[in-house]
Design a protein around this ligand. Sequence first.
Ligand code: 4AD
Ligand code: MG
Length: 460
Amino acid sequence: KVRIKTILEQGEKLVDKNVTIQGWIRSIRDQKKFAFLVVNDGSCLSGLQIFVESTLQSYEEVKSLLTGSSVSVSGKLVHSIGKGQFYELQAEEVRILGDCDASYPLQKKRHSFEYLRRIAHLRPRTNTFGAVMRVRSMLAFATHCFFQENGFVYIHSPIITSSDCEGAGEMFRVLTEPGKSLNDARREDAKNFFGIPTFLTVSGQLSAEAYSCALRDVYTFGPAFRAEYSNTTKHLSEFWMVEPEMAFANLQDDMNNAESYVKFVIQYVLEKCKEDIDFFDRFIQNGLKSRLHKYIEKPFARISYSEAVEILQNSGNPFQFPVSWGEDLATEHERYLAEEYFDHPVFVYNYPAAIKAFYMKNNDHDSGKTVAAMDLLVPRIGELIGGSEREDRLDVLEQKMHQLGLKAENYWWYLDLRRFGSVPHAGYGLGFERLVLFVTGMENIRDVIPFPRFPGSAEF
Ligand code: 4AD
Ligand code: MG
């Protein structure tokens, strides 16, 4: 039994040998005396051509199979004389595992991504979604490689939490009682299982900080949940986030690490997912590959928020939202900077304190008017990363929380980190789906996660 990818990559070793492959029929051509099947098993983009002679015992049955049927085929691997493939399999036995009727929603033609979203359980059988998921998987693996090779410890931060890391109040409430069925839970007002209000986490950062203030360099990589009604192509209600946290690190260290990490994973995927990246370059976004190469070869740009505001104000670009110092940058501003002005990833740092989260460290040089925060903006996506140095001074942190109406008693353990051996530390969060968009050239964040959750959608 071999994967089709193995055949295409190491076919020479297998020529004239007997092999068995399994997969789903992509197409079938009946030429009377013989038939050609193309079978794909998801291990790579290409399918393997199967040559079936009419002398085969199950020929009539095989010939009448429709696209989408699953088969197991044994036979001899030979060099193909046909165009477009090196090898083909001369079937000696075709076993039908599961047939498929004409109502199969994936036919040979190209389907729109909107249509495919409605059949999220079957779309992984298409070329595009197969490629997206292989690249996504490789990006996840590369993420672990990068941090592990650099001595970071992987921390599994909790999903159920009682603290609001971002202080934005965009949390999904967890209501549960043990042993209740879904229906009962829906019908009844559930009592509180944990004794205090709990939510699905918006970020693993606070946990990561605790562990970083003990193990030095750590990272989390897990799901995050945001109950925000952002119906955009860049937001999900459930997404994955990579969150490194480094002790004895400042904002420069933070940006340096983020830049190395992003470059590392792009390089990794360019090497390991050649066939898939070529596919995206050809069918999804022309010039993708050369752009990715350019991004990893040149240093990322770095400008302060104040410089960014100046660039935007002098751009002469008619923005929908005006730009003024103190306002958060809108997506159109972020994209202008990354896409048009720099045409390259750019860090924007030292944001106004008033528009950023409570935990970010006040800058001394302007008496806390700005914080030591950074966002990494990239072409086509906008914000890929948000991070900062953390406020490590107990009195300043308490004062900031007080101003924002955050109750100190809810964050007592977080404040303890500043009470007992506080150290400078910094970290960031990278939106994993946005990274997948960046690397694949896909447009919509709903198309780079297996079963997307967004307002009004949690069916699959
Ligand atoms: O900027 P955010 O909100 O920062 C944090 O959560 C920090 N606690 C991270 C940290 O410092 N450890 O989110 C970080 C990143 C964003 O830059 C964006 O890429 C992604 O997470 N993100 C989303 N991705 C998809 N859908 C959403 N609704 C997202 N919200 C944030
Ligand atoms: Mg952010």
